[in-house]
Ligand binder design. Structure first.
Ligand code: IMP
Length: 428
């Protein structure tokens, strides 16, 4: 029996949605364990594109989908997503979607504070998605959050809100010069969400662990990427949750013993949305070529993604932080047509070559990438379905990644569709 974690190895947007959708065929349960609707997971099935922000990407494979305790959930977005999937012919109900009773609820003041705080920071902004993610996690660790178990108790919700709003409205009005939020409006809106969502709310830790005991297989779907991890990422330009594989356990209520494999998703080049250092970022026509050919726009905010060469300093860091057992390379087809490819193998910092990501933001910004150059390929590889049929130069690029990161490549994606994939080893 296998229980597999999927994580992003870069700054998010590696194409996790496609790989989760692909591997969900072999799983019984797909679990989201962190983040919220800051994520945007894109899946293309039979030419039809679906983007999910909260519902696990296993929904199209008709698997049991679980939103774990570690996720922060905007109930309005969740209901809209359920309605959207239903309107596209995907059935979603309490039998195939569950939300943990301990998951925290994103409230209107979280979203407002997120946006107003970013505006106040001006040039020092993080470039958040504005979805209220940080302020909601803030309240979770400050022990004043609202969880689903409280959301479905109208009296308790009213009581908690009256205390919380006193503080939030003080911050909104006095510190952020924004309008206060009324408790009555929130209660009307959130009591109606609670009624609709009540059947979905469960103790998911018990459900997942019982399923594992009964021999079922679980796929844990990470959101964002390793270098957006609040502890291990490029702090403070990070998201507010732990994105590394270890959090699959905390964020869903299982112990580490149950995990049997960890797949790191690697985009064949690097992208980043939002602010923060990015050593291999390209500011020339090659960067534009990759941005255009890869249609690199954030799936959540529509912002243009910054593009650059593959950075194996980031990848080896991710391999260590996540205990990766295999890699899945995505968007390899996008690199086709480039004369020369570059792979970053180290950083030059203060006259020395380093191969670890420095913790300080100033130090990382001062790092100059050291590149290995390789010939590219002219061919369109999107119709190729076996490793041996790939051009020599493509295979050499992949072998170089394996050598530098020292982790085997299990999956290669050459297009957005489920079938546009070369599976060398199925982790299940
Ligand atoms: P937040 O998660 O909205 O607080 O944003 C913090 C940082 O993480 C910003 O740079 C966002 O652009 C980035 N971010 C958040 N979610 C994602 C994601 O799913 N993919 C890529 N970047 C993300």
């Amino acid at each position: 029996m296998a229980n597999i974690v999927i994580v992003g190895t870069q700054w998010g947007d590696e194409g996790k949605g496609k790989i989760v959708d692909l591997l969900a065929e072999y799983a019984d349960i797909v679990v989201r364990f962190q983040g919220g609707n800051n994520a945007g997971h894109t899946m293309v099935v039979n030419g039809e594109k679906f983007i999910s922000h909260l519902v696990p990407s296993g929904i199209l494979q008709k698997k049991l989908c679980v939103i774990g305790n570690g996720v922060v959930v905007d109930p309005q977005v969740l209901l809209e997503e359920i309605d959207y999937l239903e309107s596209r012919g995907v059935s979603v109900g309490p039998d195939n979607l569950m939300v943990c009773e301990k998951a925290h609820v994103i409230m209107p003041y979280h979203k407002k504070i997120d946006v107003c705080m970013e505006n106040k920071k001006g040039d020092c902004k993080i470039g958040t998605t504005g979805r209220g993610i940080g302020p909601c996690y803030d309240d979770k660790v400050s022990r004043r959050g609202i969880r689903f178990v409280e959301l479905v108790d109208p009296d308790l919700l009213k009581e908690k809100l009256s205390v919380i709003l006193e503080e939030k409205n003080f911050i909104l009005e006095k510190y952020l010069s924004c309008e206060a939020i009324s408790s009555e409006n929130i209660l009307n809106e959130f009591n109606s969400y609670a009624k609709r969502l009540a059947p979905f709310i469960k103790n998911v830790s018990v459900i997942i662990n019982n399923a594992i005991r009964d021999g079922k297989q679980v796929l844990f779907e990470g959101a964002q990427g390793t270098h957006l991890d609040v502890d291990h990422g490029t702090y403070p330009y990070v998201t507010s949750s732990n994105t590394v594989s270890g959090n699959a356990c905390c964020g869903s209520g299982v112990g580490p013993k149950v995990i049997t494999g960890i797949i790191g998703i690697v985009k064949a080049y690097t992208t980043r949305v939002g602010e923060g250092p990015f050593p291999t970022e390209l500011f020339d026509e090659t960067g534009e070529y990759i941005q255009k050919k890869g249609a690199e726009f954030g799936a959540t905010t529509g912002r243009k993604r910054r593009c650059g060469w593959l950075d194996t300093v980031l990848l080896t860091n991710a391999a260590r932080l996540n205990s990766l057992t295999g890699l899945a390379i995505t968007k390899l087809d996008v690199l086709g047509g480039l004369e020369t490819l570059k792979i970053c193998t180290g950083y030059e910092y203060k006259g020395k070559i380093i191969t670890e990501v420095p913790a300080g933001i100033k130090a990382l910004a001062a790092c100059k990438p050291v590149y290995e150059e390789m010939p590219g390929w002219k061919e369109d590889i999107s119709d190729i379905r076996s490793f041996k049929d790939l051009p020599d130069t493509t295979r050499n690029y992949l072998k170089m990644i394996e050598k530098l990161v020292d982790i085997p490549i299990d999956i290669i994606s050459v297009g957005p569709g489920r079938n546009e994939t070369i599976v060398l080893k199925n982790p299940f």
